[in-house]
Design a binder for this molecule. Structure first.
Ligand code: PLP
Length: 387
């Protein structure tokens, strides 16, 4: 008759999603809203991937599947990780799970005990506080600074580490800021983790959307493979958000723990989705670059459009499908800017405050509309900001 304390901490929520829900309400009522709120591709899963999914299901692969991924799929993911990080990786370092979000939860379930602190840079992906609480931990956001392009400072993380600190949770390329952590930042994070004997959960679901050069995984920082748990996903790289498939990469003992967790939670991702994923991963880096390309192009188009005007500042993103705008010069909070823009101009963006206190006075654009619609929405936003 009474909800658990843990679940109550998850349902308490904030008003971070008010704009998103209001936009949905308006769209349902027939208002033509240009919606830049969430990170969902404007393309669907590739037909070649769907064909494999279909053939696998029709061929009978509809029963219980491998708990943490078929050996072939785990081998393929291990080879991909090894090639991209230079770190020897085998199937025993890979658990295939239903999506990157579950990988984050599994990493924390494996790595922390109730009451442990989990530190993460603010701004942060909206699920992080709840994911930490789901695993019994205490979320500790550590402000990053707009003037640093929202790259976290190791010194700030260190100051926030109390005796209860057990893990860092980082995300590069970053949602919502688009920041790609520099080598110096990654090495600083690695130093903090080693000094304080912490796990680092590295959310790398945007690793194929990196505009600064090849993505650098924290797993590739020397000496870190034993304490880094990497969350990966097919959602963003292959436009497969609805297929719910991703993975956790980490030491063998952690992967064995995730297998035990899967045995009490998911029973593994569906076999036909695993087969489709195995095929999708053979499509190669060219395919992945093609999925990512529109976001890079739209980012460049938006930056060109914003250049030279005063009302709105921009943090040029290094990756991911987002752009963070600084609207502090308008005198409005991010929430009020987004709500008024939606009500009066029918353009929906996410308030920075949805992603933590450090992003106050900012709004996030998801670059997930066709170019013309995106630019029309941006022009409307810029005009609104000047009014
Ligand atoms: N991590 C970040 C930073 C994200 O932005 C998202 C989804 O938007 C996820 C994790 C979850 O992704 P998945 O669909 O793989 O669960």
């Amino acid at each position: 008759t009474r909800l658990s304390t843990r679940i109550q901490t998850l349902t308490a929520g904030g008003n971070g999603w008010a704009v998103y829900y209001r936009a949905r309400e308006m769209k349902a009522a027939g208002v033509p809203v240009l919606d830049l709120t969430i990170g969902e591709h404007d393309r669907r899963t590739d037909p070649a991937i769907l064909e494999v999914m279909d053939a696998s299901a029709r061929g009978g692969n509809t029963g219980y599947a491998h708990l943490t991924g078929s050996p072939a799929l785990r081998d393929t993911i291990a080879a991909r990780v090894a090639a991209r990080t230079g770190v020897p990786t085998t199937r025993d370092n890979v658990a295939v799970v239903p999506g990157g979000q579950f990988a984050l939860f599994a990493a924390l379930m494996a790595g922390i005990d109730p009451g442990d602190d989990v530190l993460f840079p603010d701004p942060y992906y909206t699920s992080y506080p709840g994911t930490v609480r789901s695993a019994g931990g205490r979320p500790v956001p550590v402000p990053a600074r707009p003037e640093d392009g929202f790259q976290p400072r190791a010194a700030d993380l260190l100051v926030a580490c109390t005796g209860a600190a057990r893990a860092l949770l980082i995300n590069s390329p970053n949602n919502p800021t688009g920041a790609v952590y520099s080598d110096a930042v990654l090495e600083g994070i690695a130093r903090v983790a080693r000094d304080r004997d912490l796990w680092v959960v590295s959310d790398e679901v945007y690793d194929t959307q990196c505009w600064t050069g090849p993505h650098r995984s924290l797993r590739s920082v020397p000496g870190m493979a034993e304490r880094v748990l990497v969350a990966g996903s097919m959602s963003k790289s292959h436009a497969m958000t609805g297929s719910r498939i991703g993975w956790l990469i980490g030491p063998e003992a952690v992967i064995a723990g995730v297998s035990a967790l899967a045995n009490t939670t998911t029973y593994g991702p569906p076999g036909y989705i695993q087969d489709a994923t195995l095929h999708a991963l053979t499509l190669g880096e060219g395919f992945e670059a093609g999925v990512a390309a529109p976001f890079r192009r739209r980012r460049d188009l938006c930056l060109a459009r914003i250049a030279g005007q005063q009302a709105v500042g921009v943090i040029p993103s290094g990756g991911a499908m987002y752009l963070m705008l600084d609207v502090r010069a308008t005198g409005l909070s991010g929430v009020n800017f987004a709500l008024q823009l939606l009500e009066t101009k029918h353009v929906a963006v996410m308030p920075g405050e949805s992603f933590g206190a450090a992003a106050a006075g900012h709004v996030r654009l998801a670059l997930t509309l066709p170019d013309d619609d995106l630019l029309a929405a941006l022009d409307t936003l810029l005009t609104f900001a000047q009014e």
